[in-house]
Structures are given as C-alpha cells and as structure tokens.
Write a new protein. Structure first.
Length: 291
C-alpha cells in the first residue's frame, strides 16, 4: 500500500491492520518560551486489542490542553452526503474512462477485493472514489473497526477529560480536495489501486511494522517514495501543501501560551517534506521524544 495509502490518509481512512504487539509510534515536541505542541503519528483504523500506548504518550496527553486531529466531522451521515455529492458520475460509466487492459484489471481487482456487487458497483463512481472503495473493501472484510482508530481513541480520551478537540481540516475540504483533482490524477489513483489489491497484505504489514517501531525512514520509503516519483503533482497536493498548511496553523498556535497535542497520519511525519520539516522552515524546531 504505497501511493494509495496517501489517499486514505487524506480521508482519515488510513486502514491499517495492526496486530496486538506493543507499539512505540513516533512522538515529537516543539517548544518556545510560552507554548508546547506535541506531534504524534497515527493510523486511523485498527483492531480493538492493539497496544500502541506508552508512558511518554500518556504524559504528553495529560499535559495537553487541547487535541487537533485531521478531521472531526467524519460521521457516517456527513461522509455519505459528501461522497454522493462529489464522488459519482452518473453520465459516464467508470469503464468508459479506461482502455481494454485497464477494464480487465478493474474487473480482476473487484473480484480479488471481494467487492460487494462486483465491478458493477464501481461503474457510477468517479475514479478517486472507485480506487478508495477497492482498497477499503478487503480491509473492512477483515473486521477492522474505524471506531478503534488512534485518532478516534485520542478524541474520546480528551473529551472525557473535558478538553476541546478540533480538526485541522473539514471532511468537505478533504473530499473536495480529491474531487477537484484532474481526472488524469484520479485515474492514476485507480491504476495504483489495482496494484494495491493485487499485492495483498504484505506491504501493509511492512508499513505496520515501521509505524509500530516509529521508523520514520521506513515509513517515508513505503508511503511517499513511489508517489513522489510517479506523480509529483499529486504528491505536492496531498502531502506537501497539507503539511505546509498545518505547519502554519501550528506556528500561529505557538504564538499563544498553552500546550497542544496534534495527531495526524504517520506518513505526514516522515520524509523530506514532513510536517516537522515545514515547521523548521518557519523557524520552529521539533525534537523526537524517546521512551
């Protein structure tokens, strides 16, 4: 899961099969004289018995007065409305946008993913939504629960403590960002999803191991390298521009006293264009917290 995992992250649907082994994901901190911001890499869907917490993470959460995650308005009804509005093309079947070889690949991917309704269910979808659907289907069938995602659990913990939780983006911003991509980029997503489905869980396990150990070099290699090489414009849109926007938000927050906790997809905290690098360009230093 390389190129397409960036799309999943953009939708806060980074569907990762995480085992019950202990995890030590990456945690960073930025400080000045009056403000502290913690940065934490997340995955957005995992089994209930996954152990990913640590003493350092607990301490950072207890100190923090607020939590920011990618989106907070991702309830099922809102997401369905947005997908229906921006994800369908009833005038032109999906297969008509593909050549003969790609149509065969689409059918094979739908079969391999055991997609309910088969390839016919993809026909009304725009390419970005079809690609996401293909990638999601086998993971959902594996019994993964979006309510057990790290961001959802962090949100629940902070709300229980009476602390505010806000989104760095809105669900509509994320969906529109994808829907507004040129169709050529959306078709790139779809073609990559064929490979993602065919690869099966091997790449997924590789990324999970990197996340559990906080290995940012491996995360960057798995998550961003292909996207950066194969579709640089898409990489700029989904990774760089979002990291730049979040860095500006954090920089503004650090002008006010207080302690904040920011949790975003782990891929955004790895690689040459990471959130930490964007903060550095704004004169804000981050340091890795070790257990």
């Amino acid at each position: 899961m390389k190129l397409f995992r960036r799309l999943a992250a953009a939708l806060a649907l980074n569907f990762l099969l995480v085992t019950a082994a202990a995890a030590l994901p990456g945690l960073w901190v930025a400080k000045n004289d009056h403000a502290t911001v913690y940065l934490f890499g997340t995955v957005h869907l995992l089994p209930a018995d996954t152990n990913w917490k640590s003493a350092a993470l607990d301490k950072a959460l207890d100190e923090s007065q607020r939590l920011s995650i990618e989106i907070v308005d991702d309830d099922a009804a809102s997401m369905q409305t947005l997908v229906m509005q921006h994800g369908l093309d009833l005038s032109q079947p999906l297969s008509s946008k593909l050549d003969e070889k790609e149509r065969t690949q689409l059918e094979q991917a739908a079969e391999t993913a055991k997609l309910p309704g088969g390839v016919a269910s993809l026909q009304p979808m725009r390419p970005w939504l079809a690609a996401l659907t293909l990638t999601m289907a086998p993971l959902m069938q594996a019994g993964l629960d979006p309510n057990q995602g790290v961001d959802k659990l962090l949100k629940a913990r902070m709300q229980q403590a009476g602390k505010p939780v806000d989104g760095l983006e809105t669900a509509e911003q994320q969906i529109v960002m994808l829907a507004d991509l040129p169709e050529s980029m959306q078709l790139d997503f779809l073609r990559q999803s064929f490979k993602e489905v065919a690869d099966g869980p091997a790449k997924l396990r590789e990324l999970i191991d990197a996340w559990r150990s906080g290995n940012t070099a491996a995360i960057a290699h798995i998550e961003d390298e292909d996207l950066r090489k194969d579709s640089p414009l898409l990489y700029q849109r989904l990774i760089v521009e979002r990291n730049q926007a979040w860095a500006k938000t954090i920089a503004e927050r650090m002008q006010q006293p207080g302690v904040s906790f920011v949790a975003v997809g782990a891929g955004h905290l790895a690689g040459p264009d990471s959130l930490q690098e964007q903060l550095r360009k704004l004169g804000i230093k981050t340091s890795r917290i070790q257990e």
